[in-house]
Design a protein around this ligand. Structure first.
Ligand SMILES: *[C@@H]1O[C@H](CO)[C@@H](O)[C@H](O)[C@H]1NC(C)=O
Ligand SMILES: [Ca+2]
Length: 127
């Protein structure tokens, strides 16, 4: 039984999914800036949640995969809203251990929005 489960767990951990979304505020309900629905891989360039990291994913990794005031106050995607403002934790109070009630996420912390606007031209991201 264990032999069958361990490889599956290893793959899940290596992909960073689905454990990472539980470590950030509103991690399971970040809006897709390329259209409706949810962006599942908040730290990834691909909506599905694998492959290369976006700027928020890199900052999350560099912050030891920890949501705290340091990561919360960064504007990783450079669109003028902090990561906390984008994820509905503008006061940077949410923690994994003591989650607070949050308003909905307002944007994506790793994709400059609005995608395709002049201010986002340098981000290189296209839908
Ligand atoms: C947030 O966590 C990172 C990584 O552990 C740490 O370097 C940083 O000092 C922390 N920031 C605060 C405000 O505690
Ligand atoms: Ca931002």
């Amino acid at each position: 039984m264990l032999k069958a489960i361990v490889p599956i767990l290893c793959v899940a951990v290596a992909l960073g999914y689905p454990s990472y979304p539980s470590l950030i505020p509103n991690g399971f309900s970040v809006p897709n800036p390329c259209g409706g629905g949810i962006w599942r891989g908040v730290g990834h360039l691909a909506q599905i949640g694998s492959g290369p990291l976006n700027p928020f994913g890199m900052a999350f990794r560099d912050n030891d995969h920890r949501w705290n005031k340091t990561l919360c106050m960064l504007d990783s995607d450079g669109d003028g809203m902090t990561n906390g403002e984008e994820l509905g934790d503008s006061g940077c109070h949410w923690t994994e251990d003591r989650p607070t009630n949050l308003p909905a996420a307002r944007g994506h912390p790793g994709i400059c929005e609005p995608v395709g606007s002049a201010k986002c031209a340098g981000s290189g991201f296209m839908c």
